[in-house]
Design a protein around this ligand. Structure first.
Ligand code: 6GU
Length: 226
């Protein structure tokens, strides 16, 4: 998979993409992530990327031209399955969308800032708008990092034990069961007997039962979807 990220703040991605699983996925060439500074595509002598809104009002708007310049260049090099604009008023991101996107070949993400992007970007250059939740962030960068993380870990070969993504919470509309490790008794806080029994059929049945119980308690709406 190839991912392009269009942003005014490329350095915001250095931490999240240079550690742990995302770092290894790139080293193994399972994913290639390229950052593009929108400011580099401004033709203005001040490298201007935002301007006042027509009609007045508070807040700056990201201009169409630098974003279009950047996307034109990228589109001359590859065909995109999706060009995604991260915005608090987009479609809510969930595990189902993460699964869909993890199967794509080329995805571009546009990170918005200020009062958002010129509407003509949304009308003409974007295939999809995504939000990570009903709250407002300072910009689309952290949202993009979240979405990229959720997608990349689903690419085959990224996780060591491939079954571990299959047993994730949400993957089958169930929350994961509780897990325990050594010691079996810590300060009197005991691991459930069944997990120490060695009876794997019973353990699997117990885990499934715990998943259903937790889902009913924590995400009652999740059991009836799909
Ligand atoms: Cl994608 N962007 C911003 N700025 N805030 C958000 C968001 C995105 N998703 C939730 N809040």
């Amino acid at each position: 998979m190839h991912i392009d990220i269009l942003t005014l703040f490329p350095q915001m991605f250095e931490g999240p993409f240079s550690e742990s699983i995302l770092k290894r996925a790139q080293a193994k060439q399972l994913v290639e992530i390229a950052l593009h500074n929108i400011r580099d595509y401004s033709n203005n002598k001040h490298k201007q990327v935002d301007d006042y809104a027509y009609g007045g009002g508070a807040g700056m708007v990201m201009m169409v031209e630098p974003i279009d310049n950047c996307l034109q260049k990228l589109k001359s090099e590859r065909n995109y399955d999706e060009v995604i604009y991260l915005s608090p008023d987009g479609e809510l991101f969930d595990q189902k969308l993460a699964n869909q996107l993890s199967g794509k070949k080329n995805i571009a993400f546009l990170c918005g800032h200020y009062k958002g992007v010129d509407e003509r970007v949304r009308q003409n250059l974007i295939t999809r708008e995504v939000s990570i939740g009903n709250y407002v962030l300072t910009g689309g960068e952290l949202a993009t990092a979240v979405v990229v993380d959720a997608i990349v870990r689903l690419i085959p070969g990224v996780l060591n034990d491939e079954t571990s993504a299959l047993s994730d919470s949400f993957q089958d509309n169930l929350i994961s069961p509780p897990v325990y490790s050594q010691p079996a008794d810590y300060k009197g806080w005991k691991v459930p007997e069944i997990l120490l029994s060695g009876n794997h059929a019973k353990i699997d049945a117990w885990r499934h039962e715990q998943s259903v119980l937790r889902t009913k308690e924590r995400r009652p709406g999740m059991l009836d979807v799909d």
